[in-house]
Design a protein around this ligand. Structure first.
Ligand SMILES: [Zn+2]
Length: 342
């Protein structure tokens, strides 16, 4: 595997200089590795694109492919024309972490996101929570929230690292795990959010926590169902995220309406979170900006990379927001409410 791919890499570089003297199809037959020919019999062979100018970055055994050369299950965005890894065993998938491909920014953005939330967790446990006089419950809730965000980041890293696996089944399993990771990330936002906003309303806090857990569980079951359609996940996740407006409106009513200082401080932060989420989803679905510059944003600047960065920012934003409401609740006593479910 290693030697044939290595030869293929050299072959493709050689063919670039000889292409002028022969037809592209001829060049394709002589330069393409046996394995690729099998998968792309009808495809026109294209050169390695801009990647061939950085040969020093390619370790032995890994080469990059054009959109036409990759297997069908990897074809998702025709505006990303080059820089694909494909047909790799697990060992080379891991090794490809250190090469420049069209997944490099996707992998590293969420790997750094994981490091960010891990460090935030350590810092919070060591400094912020003890200073705020946090109880054992606070530690548990904070840990759950940050652990979910870290897990979401790692699932995404795993998918973008192993999507190029030579086995389609393995690639699809990682894709399912990436989707499951998004559900876990949403759960990580809901748990501290609901816990601290309904801090003084224990009954409703339990109601909304159970509702959220049931919803996320339903999404999980939908994902592992064989008839689950990949295209539907955006709709399902959007519904789960938009559902958060229900407890928010309820909480505004319970806290004394828009005139209450806490509502005025907290609601803009919630709206900010939804704004970032909507922006991220628009980039994801519309495939802007690469749609307008096909082939020019293969490595840096594509919509999925923007989606990744916005997702990290959104989680960070929400983490800071839950920190704000937690500190408020730990310093301000709950107002005495009327009898009945609170
Ligand atoms: Zn992704």
């Amino acid at each position: 595997m290693r030697s044939s791919s290595h030869k293929a890499q050299h072959g493709s570089q050689r063919s670039y200089s000889t292409l002028k003297g022969q037809s592209k199809a001829d060049a394709s037959r002589s330069a393409m590795p046996h394995k690729v020919q099998k998968h792309a019999q009808t495809a026109h062979y294209m050169e390695l694109g801009s990647y061939q100018y950085w040969p020093v970055l390619a370790p032995r055994g890994i080469r990059l492919y054009t959109y036409e050369q990759i297997p069908v299950f990897l074809r998702d965005n025709p505006y990303i024309t080059d820089g694909y890894r494909a047909y790799l065993p697990s060992r080379l998938c891991i090794k490809s972490l250190f090469i420049l491909s069209n997944e490099t920014v996707n992998i590293w953005s969420h790997l750094l996101g994981f490091v960010l939330f891990f460090c935030l967790g350590v810092y919070n446990m060591a400094a912020v929570l003890p200073a705020a006089g946090a109880s054992r419950d606070d530690y548990v809730i904070y840990s759950i929230g940050l652990f979910c965000l870290q897990l979401c980041m790692l699932c995404s890293v795993g998918f973008h690292l192993f999507c190029c696996h030579r086995s389609e089944k393995t690639s699809r399993r990682w894709m399912a795990l990436d989707c499951a990771g998004v559900s876990i990330g949403i759960l990580g936002c809901y748990v501290p959010g609901v816990f601290y906003t309904f801090y003084c309303h224990n009954y409703w806090r339990q109601v909304y926590l159970v509702a959220v857990l049931a919803m996320i569980l339903a999404v999980f079951l939908a994902q592992i169902h064989p008839h689950y359609l990949n295209k539907q996940w955006r709709l399902i996740f959007s519904s789960v995220a938009v559902y958060g407006l229900v407890p928010t409106v309820h909480w505004i009513c319970l806290t004394g309406g828009f005139s209450a200082p806490l509502v005025q401080a907290f609601v803009p932060r919630v709206l900010g979170m939804y704004f970032i989420a909507a922006l991220a989803l628009i980039f994801y679905i519309s495939k802007v900006p690469e749609r307008y510059f096909p082939g020019q944003l293969n490595y840096v600047g594509s919509s999925h990379q923007v989606w990744h960065v916005l997702l990290v920012f959104m989680f960070y934003w929400w983490h800071q927001t839950s920190g704000f409401i937690m500190t408020y609740r730990l310093t301000e006593p709950c107002p005495a409410g009327p009898p009945g479910p609170v």
